[in-house]
Ligand binder design. Structure first.
Ligand code: UD1
Length: 418
């Protein structure tokens, strides 16, 4: 087990290179199963979710080779359609493999997925969508078993715009017979990125980024080299850290449009933000003012993956805020930890009521999940005194070289084995 030791109070100054988006790379890795050719992913992030996905691909018989910052996956030898529970439990995104594994083998057997413990994360929409494409699904001893002779295009209306279900159906439909239309599709930038990748592989997908996606099935896909979009959640986390600590940071290779909901809130807080092509510069030298409310929504609304970091920021602003979590039930597990650092927060159902205090004070706190853990690091960097953030394996799921990047900006943070 590892922990961070953080001496808070340093302002953050300098540039940060943002990694490729975790939530793009995971479905892209699932897509590599759809071809016998090699697919190279550039600037692959060094995070444990990606490493676990590679372990699963290896189990399926694919070969993955790192070369500098890229990863090349060769699925020509893939010969297994089963994802065992020990691997699926490590990573919720293993469920994305259902669509591509079915497409390739006409069979898939996958243990119910794991991932962050942020409330019930059902997969009913994934399964309903696959059924509409002709897949027969049974559930046995914790496994989902899928069979299908021939995937057939169809119209699928999602009950809610699930990111994972949209991506999974896209992956199953690209090589199906005929046309698939996904209605009420999720509109996240990572879905557009998956469309871009699939089309680079020879697929015919259009409409991603809107709520209607049309997929015309093709017989065969080929290999390609692909640079995924920048990680908007990593970018947002650094912006919040700088807003909380003060200083001036510059993010490179980012798309401001993809985090405009956060940039609006940070401007409302009083941060100075300049956007220049693919750069975002944030400057702040004073105590910020609370935003009245922040409410998580599907894209383009405020992302649930930045909710914890934003709440941490509101804790040290002047005034009160209400943060409402609309997507996941238990995404306030970090709140008792922030309270140990002096935060004044009351959670009632989906709402966190925050009364601003002057500063956080250092404390020993426990990361319960990926984004909550990142919020604790932001709080500790801005706090008076020394903090320890325990069980940082959660943070390693989504932030590559996190402490290294923060140290480059002037943060006093080290990783220690316990
Ligand atoms: C993805 C992201 C995650 C982000 C989330 C919401 C990846 C790898 N993960 O997760 O970081 O927090 O989007 O932006 O891209 N739902 C159902 N039935 C289903 C599927 C989902 O009811 O079959 C519900 C969920 O419980 C949740 C909502 O739909 O309330 C959104 O979930 P979804 O968009 O599917 O999130 P993920 O794809 O799991």
């Amino acid at each position: 087990m590892e922990k961070y030791i953080i001496n808070g109070g340093n302002k953050l100054y300098g540039g940060v290179e943002i990694q490729a988006a975790k939530n793009s790379v995971l479905p892209i890795l699932a897509a590599t199963v759809l071809t016998d050719d090699k697919v190279s992913i550039l600037k692959i992030p060094e995070i444990s979710d990606v490493k676990n996905m590679i372990k699963i691909l290896s189990r399926l018989g694919c070969r993955a080779v790192y070369d500098g910052g890229s990863l090349t996956v060769d699925s020509s030898c893939a010969d297994c359609f089963e994802i065992p529970s020990e691997l699926a439990h490590e990573l919720r995104s293993s469920v994305f493999l259902l669509g591509s594994v079915i497409s390739r083998f006409h069979m898939a057997k996958i243990a119910y997925p794991g991932g962050c413990d942020i409330g019930l994360r059902p997969v009913d929409l994934h399964l309903t969508g696959l059924k509409r494409l002709g897949v027969q699904i049974t559930e046995e001893n914790g496994y989902i078993i899928c069979k299908c002779e021939n995937l057939k295009g169809n119209e699928i209306m999602l009950d809610c715009p699930s990111v994972g279900a949209t991506e999974n159906i896209m992956l199953a439909a690209v090589k199906a017979d005929g046309i698939t239309v996904i209605k009420n599709a999720a509109r996240e930038p990572e879905i557009e990125d998956l469309q871009r990748l699939l089309n680079c592989m020879g697929a015919k997908v259009r409409g991603a980024g809107s709520s209607s996606i049309t997929i015309e099935g093709v017989k065969k896909l080929h290999g390609c080299e692909f640079l995924p979009i920048a990680d908007r959640i990593e970018a947002g986390t650094f912006l919040v850290a700088a807003a909380m600590c003060g200083g001036e940071i510059e993010l490179n290779r980012v798309c401001a449009e993809n985090i405009s909901s956060l940039l609006h809130k940070l401007r409302e807080n009083g941060c100075k933000i300049i956007v220049n092509n693919d750069k975002i510069i944030l400057e702040n030298h004073r105590r910020l003012t609370s935003v009245k409310s922040v409410e998580t929504q599907p894209y383009p609304g405020f992302p649930t993956d930045l909710q914890a970091q934003m709440t941490a920021l509101c804790c040290i602003c002047r005034g009160n805020s209400i943060i409402t979590e609309n997507l996941f039930e238990t995404r306030f597990k970090y709140v008792p930890e922030l309270r140990k650092m002096g935060a004044d927060i009351t959670v009632i159902n989906r709402n966190a009521f925050v009364r601003g205090v002057d500063r956080f004070k250092g404390a020993t706190v426990l990361a319960h999940d990926l984004r909550g853990g990142a919020a604790l690091v932001c709080a500790a960097l801005s706090a008076d005194g020394r903090s320890e953030v325990l069980d940082i394996s959660h943070i390693d799921r989504g932030y590559g070289s996190f402490e290294y990047k923060l140290r480059q900006l002037g943060g006093d943070i080290v990783r220690v084995s316990v």
